[in-house]
Design a protein around this ligand. Structure first.
Ligand SMILES: *[C@@H]1O[C@H](CO)[C@@H](O)[C@H](O)[C@H]1NC(C)=O
Length: 307
């Protein structure tokens, strides 16, 4: 469902210096701990006008998440050289955070190669890479959206694995649960699934239970690979979908319930801010904050009811 229009912004010609990285310990995303609030948050480097955010804006965003207890960030692409900027922002925020980085796939192979080149350049040039990156996602919902085939995706996952090999990073992809194929599961170090109770037409009061149900169903078919939720969230405006009603109250319900229901499930809450640069409709209204960063009044640290 998430659309990024043009990933190839601002890619510079990199010199072909080969940096031999020392063997590093694997940063296992599966074991990245959560903070004192939502496990993680999805992040995009574009501002409300669809322009690349500056280093200072990204640093401000990252500090805000940390101060709200959210310490794990998931991204979608290398657009705007965002990995480098986010790593520097995490350092400015005092560390203790992770970024799940990504290669965007739009079906255009030269764009794919640019994304991989930006990623590998950042990995070899930014020393913070070995401290804060939790893994690499190759594509988002590309099988669901029929952007490329399962065998093509499996090949790209293996290609990225070979190119980031010296950095000991886990590599996988993000899909909706029914779209995972055996070939893609086998090629992946870990599985990341976008699970949206809103699209399942369930009431907000049952969203957390629905997430756990869908997660456990997919887990059975995961061939023992670690599974995390790449996106889940609730819109605050837009069309009602069955019993799923967008509202700030319902977003608050989900933000609270998801933290109280099953702490073993790791998830990236979608989305950090509203995205008016997307096509009009419910897609624009998933932010935990407004598009300008202003509060929607969400409280991040609930008091969970005693069982
Ligand atoms: C792929 O993307 C580039 C720009 O990044 C564009 O110049 C080229 O025409 C695209 N190729 C195809 C086949 O669409």
């Amino acid at each position: 469902m998430r659309v990024i229009s043009s990933v190839a912004i601002g890619l510079l010609a990199f010199s072909s210096v080969v940096v031999s990285a020392p063997a590093k310990k694997s940063h296992d995303v599966v074991h990245a701990p959560g903070g004192s609030s939502l496990y993680g948050i999805t992040y995009n480097a574009l501002d409300a006008n669809g322009l690349c955010k500056s280093q200072s804006t990204i640093t401000k965003d990252v500090k805000k998440y940390k101060s709200n207890g959210i310490i794990n960030i998931r991204t979608y692409s290398q657009q705007c050289n965002q990995l480098d900027l986010i790593l520097k922002a995490i350092k400015s925020a005092g560390g203790g955070m992770t970024v799940l980085t990504a290669v965007w796939i739009d079906g255009n192979n030269s764009n794919y190669l640019s994304e991989v080149k930006t990623l590998t350049h950042t990995l070899s040039s930014n020393k913070l890479s070995s401290s804060y990156i939790s893994g690499v996602l190759v594509g988002n919902e590309v099988l669901f959206n029929k952007v490329i085939s399962s065998s093509q995706l499996a090949a790209k996952i293996k290609d990225v694995k070979s190119k980031v090999k010296s950095h000991s990073l886990l590599v996988g992809t993000c899909e909706i649960p029914p779209s995972f194929t055996s070939a893609v599961i086998s090629a992946s170090d870990f599985l990341v699934a976008n699970i949206h109770p809103y699209f399942g037409q369930v009431p907000a009061s049952q969203a957390a239970q629905n997430l756990v149900l869908q997660y456990n169903n997919l887990k059975k078919n995961a061939k023992g690979k670690p599974l995390i939720v790449g996106e889940t969230g609730w819109p605050t405006a837009g069309a009602t979908n069955g019993q799923s009603v967008p509202s700030t109250h319902n977003l608050q319900t989900y933000v609270s319930d998801i933290q109280c229901i099953d702490k073993s499930i790791k998830y990236y809450f979608f989305d950090s801010v509203d995205t008016p640069w997307k096509a009009p409709g419910v897609e624009q209204h998933w932010g935990l904050w407004k598009s300008n960063g202003a509060s929607k009044g969400i409280k991040f640290k609930p008091t969970c009811p005693k069982k």
